[in-house]
Design a protein around this ligand. Structure first.
Ligand code: HEM
Length: 481
């Protein structure tokens, strides 16, 4: 178990191992592991080393030593000890602010995190998400119309792009009370800027040197422009929220969405919720709610298409229990158990967050290893979740394993942690699962999938741009009679 530890002057701590004593891949002086893998494949490099060196090892990103933890129980213990002993990466915060961005719950720490977490949790509770169902259904119907048009035109659907339109429309309605409707617009959507910013921040966080401070290349200028576009959109959402509160002061008693609740709290001067935090959380919800859910959906559709028996069973379930989009209800969605199992299985094999980074807030120890304040810990989430000891036939896409009403399915949920774990577990998970079920149900109820294609016809490649994306999926559909 982890406890506080006091390092001795020599840097060693009685009874604890030093990080440098741990196994790990051979490294080059100064560069460490850099150059040994492509940054977009960093998750796979870590997973490969965990298989080779065991679940506790060291790597170096340039001069920065990193402790890697892959055992799911050890990871869960670390994640539980937030916000007191571990925080998120301070580099993420620094780089976002340096780029002119704002930060919210994801990057908050300490008391500010506690206050903001309470507000976010109540805005995304199962009850709130349920109350939002009719609006979410409207967004789902727009996705159906978009796909029906593509099917009639025989057009190839850019799967991830369409799913990101769906998730942005969904989150903006629920969290900001604003109807965005990117699904029915062909204008340059905010999603393109969100993607560029996420990928750019990831690249900078992982870079051993702040090269952009010395040389600004075209990509850096594009990144800054995209960040400015996102900030402008955020300003727009906040202004609309304020205008609604001004026009109807009764909304202040029970603000109907997260944005308005935060605006009221900031005006009241509540601790941990400043004007800047309001904008920071609009930004956080856009970033955290868009890419994660859209990519999880894309992976699920890809895997279903490659596994015809699972696709047939999921289609049969949807066509029996939720055959018509207009009649979808929260109860019908809850009854789609096999469909949910498909999403859980896709998240086990293709978690969009295959790792989580932590930073030690004080000198401490992790699994018997001394870690100084500021030390970086890399939690590998896809290790035990694809290990035979926990999931028989671990590489196979078998959604049925999540249906077993026995201890195996329950313990599987503790081993695979697609939404993280502990006090900072994803607050958007109910919304995400409902969005996933709605989009899959609208697809299977109304269309036959003619193809989900990859650029090379093989299983989709994985690439890390903050979240783990499938590369280049396009979909062809035929409307059902
Ligand atoms: C399938 C979709 C999603 C996945 C796989 C996912 C995954 C995650 C993961 C792994 C974390 C880190 C948890 C931890 O540190 O223990 C997280 C945090 C977070 N997620 Fe999600 N997420 C999804 C959808 C959403 C949505 C729709 C929202 C929108 C509201 C959202 C908002 C957040 C926020 C605000 C945090 C930070 C929580 C905190 O630090 O207290 N996520 N998510």
């Amino acid at each position: 178990m982890s406890t506080e530890a006091t390092p001795t002057r020599s840097g060693g701590t009685p009874g604890l191992r030093r990080l440098s004593e741990l196994p790990g891949p051979r490294r080059l002086p100064l560069l460490g592991q850099l150059g040994q893998f492509d940054m977009a494949q960093v998750h796979r490099a870590m997973e490969g080393w965990a298989r080779l060196h065991g679940p506790l090892f060291q790597v170096h990103f340039g001069p920065q030593p990193v402790l890697v933890v892959a055992d799911h129980e050890a990871v869960a213990r670390l994640l539980r000890e937030r916000p007191e002993r571990f925080g998120r990466s301070s580099r993420l915060r620094e780089i976002t602010l340096e780029l002119g961005g704002v930060t919210g719950l994801f990057a908050a720490e300490g008391e500010a995190w506690r206050q903001q977490r309470k507000m976010v949790m109540s805005s995304f509770s199962p009850g709130q998400v349920r109350a939002y169902f009719p609006a979410l259904l409207g967004v789902t119907q727009r996705l159906q119309s978009r796909w029906a048009r593509a099917a009639r035109d025989g057009a190839r659907i850019d799967l991830q792009a369409d799913l990101k339109r769906f998730t942005v429309d969904a989150i903006a309605g629920l969290a900001f009370g604003t109807e965005v409707n990117t699904l029915e617009s062909d204008a340059d959507p905010i999603q393109r800027h969100l993607d560029l910013v996420l990928a750019g921040i990831f690249k900078r966080v992982m870079s051993p040197l702040p090269y952009w401070r010395w040389v600004r290349r075209a990509a850096d200028r594009e990144l800054e422009q995209s960040m400015a576009a996102v900030q402008e959109a955020i300003g727009g959402f906040v202004a609309q929220g304020r205008a609604r509160l001004a026009a109807d002061p009764a909304r202040r008693a029970q603000p109907p969405n997260l944005l308005e609740a935060m605006l009221v709290a900031a005006e009241r001067g509540d601790a941990g919720v400043s004007e800047r935090d309001v904008a920071g959380n609009v930004s956080t919800m856009l970033f955290a709610g868009e890419d994660t859910t859209a990519n999880t959906l894309a992976w699920t559709i890809h895997l279903l298409h490659r596994h015809p028996p699972a696709l047939a069973r999921a289609s049969a379930e949807v066509r029996a229990l939720a055959p018509q989009t207009a009649a979808f209800t929260p109860e019908a969605m809850a009854a789609l158990e096999y469909l949910e199992a498909c999403a859980l299985e896709a998240m086990r094999l293709k978690p969009v967050a295959p790792f989580l980074g932590l930073e030690a807030l004080h000198d401490t120890e992790v699994e018997g290893v001394a870690v100084p304040a500021g030390g970086v810990i890399w939690c590998v989430l896809r290790h035990d979740s694809v290990d035979e000891r926990h999931f028989p036939n671990p590489d196979a896409f078998e959604p049925g394993r999540w249906l077993a009403a026995d201890a195996a399915a329950a313990s599987g949920k503790r081993v695979a942690m697609p939404f993280g774990s502990g006090p900072r577990i994803c607050p958007g998970r109910y919304l995400a699962l409902l969005e996933i079920k709605l989009a899959l149900a609208v697809l299977l109820a109304n269309f036959e999938i003619e193809g989900v294609d990859t650029p090379d016809g093989r299983e989709a490649a994985e690439t890390m741009h903050f979240t783990m994306n499938p590369v280049g999926l396009s979909m062809r559909l035929r409307e059902r009679g």
